[in-house]
Write a protein that binds this ligand. Structure first.
Ligand code: ZN
Length: 167
């Protein structure tokens, strides 16, 4: 009898999930849509969830609470900056929630989010929008398979619906 696969490094794991905040508001869910695939050990999902899925089998249903430090980080007030409208491409209609890439002080490309637009004053935040949130995941594992060599090299799955990319 074959042993049932377990979630481990190098497995592509398919899950259905619902993510809620501490107030019980649903922030994101795969229910009613396509399930989500990730490469275990690839850092595709927040560390606090990845570690709890380790060793689980198909059909496992878990409620996982992830503290900010193991989720999207604690919110660092120093990450909030004010810039002028001219710092952005002129043809973009700036909206709250938009994500851009900026160079940090070490010259590395890092994501920023627009959190407020007031005339010429734009507030940006280097913190992830979910920084500081305690994350409540409701997860069901629907599939576990071995990652291909290419997926291991890229560090993410190439399943159905994964758009083509050239790296
Ligand atoms: Zn890839």
């Amino acid at each position: 009898m074959p042993t049932s696969p377990k979630v481990a490094m190098g497995k592509v794991v398919t899950i259905h999930y619902t993510l809620s905040n501490s107030a019980g508001e649903v922030l994101d869910t795969s229910q009613g849509g396509e399930p989500f695939e990730y490469l275990h050990g690839g850092g595709n999902i927040v560390p606090g969830l990845e570690s709890k899925l380790e060793g689980q089998a198909i059909g496992a249903h878990l409620a996982v609470v992830v503290e900010p430090a193991d989720g999207y980080g604690v919110h660092d007030p120093k990450g909030v900056r004010h810039v002028t409208r001219g710092a952005f491409p002129p043809d973009v209609e700036l909206q709250v929630g938009m994500q851009f890439r900026a160079e940090n002080s070490e010259g590395e490309a890092t994501p920023i989010w627009v959190t407020e637009v007031s005339g010429d004053d734009v507030t940006i935040d280097f913190n992830h929008p979910l920084a500081g949130e305690t994350l409540h995941f409701d997860v069901t594992i629907t599939e576990i398979r071995d990652a291909s060599r290419e997926e291991m090299e890229h560090g993410h799955p190439h399943g159905e619906g994964h758009h083509h990319h050239d790296h």
